[in-house]
Write a new protein. Structure first.
Length: 279
């Protein structure tokens, strides 16, 4: 079924001769196909998302590698490889804020979303389908950053399975955070507001042990980082790199992702419901 057919409602309404609603997964697949194709057509959206993590990785390792490796306490694992320590930072920057919210804004402004809403397509799939494209995009970015790390000599203490877990955490975080730009898109319909939504992440990104391990932090910054969910994501990913299968650290990272997803998905789907109700 084509996107144009979905927009018109062909084959989806009783007038189209179809007597039953399409399945939930089919609805998601229909939205996802269009969203994934939009990713392929917009390399200018992907390239900047790669430049930021590469920049921070090169600058941070170049400026701090010798210092941190010399100062890290014994047993922290950081002294072994500061490049590996910085890899989770790079990958989090790469995948955070990556979403098809910009496409959603265009659909709102063009009236395409309104046409979709007059069909029997399940409303929740309008976001779930876009999130499938987010997964594809986040996985591609994460693979690039991991490849960069491997080229710089980084390896995983947990081997190939650890690498896969590392990618899983990165992609899951990306999807969990995507609820924020989708909320902004649905509530404002403004592309500038959506593009600015990434700025919400910056305080969370830098109030973490992104440059130094928590053992070397002190004062209010160490206290604030202990309440920051990004801290536990970073430490979970670093455990995969340094410590092997430290399920305590990995579990805390997964819990941070799950907690964020609960909040962002709730506000995103509430915003979708409001958009559907008000038009």
């Amino acid at each position: 079924m084509t996107d144009a057919a979905v927009a018109r409602g062909d084959g989806l309404t009783p007038g189209g001769g179809l007597t039953h609603r399409v399945s939930f997964l089919t609805d998601i697949a229909t939205i996802a196909r269009r969203a994934v194709r939009s990713v392929v057509r917009e390399p200018e959206f992907v390239v900047p998302a790669l430049m930021i993590p590469v920049f921070f990785f090169v600058v941070n390792t170049g400026a701090l590698e010798s210092f941190v490796e010399g100062q890290a306490p014994e047993g922290s694992g950081v002294g072994l490889d500061y490049r590996a320590f910085q890899l989770p930072v790079a990958i989090i920057f790469a995948v955070t804020g990556i979403s098809r919210a910009s496409v959603l804004v265009i659909d709102i402004q063009s009236g395409y979303l309104d046409r979709m809403l007059v069909t029997p397509i399940r409303r929740s799939t309008l976001l779930f389908g876009l999130m499938v494209a987010d997964i594809v995009m986040a996985l591609g970015l994460a693979l690039f950053v991991v490849a960069m790390g491997l080229a710089f000599g980084v390896w995983f203490e947990t081997g190939v399975l650890g690498l896969l877990m590392f990618l899983l955490l990165a992609v899951a975080w990306s999807v969990a955070y995507s609820g924020i730009p989708y909320t902004v898109a649905l509530r404002t319909g403004n592309p500038a507001a959506v593009n600015s939504s990434f700025l919400i992440f910056f305080p969370f990104a830098f109030l973490t042990p992104s440059f130094l391990p928590r053992e070397l932090m002190s004062g209010w910054l160490r206290t604030v980082s202990a309440w920051n969910p990004v801290t536990y994501l970073m430490e979970g990913m670093r455990a995969i790199l340094f410590d092997g299968w430290d399920w305590s650290a990995i579990g805390k990272g997964a819990a941070a992702i799950f907690g964020l997803a609960i909040v962002t998905f709730y506000i995103a789907f509430r915003s979708l419901g409001r958009r559907v109700a008000t038009g």
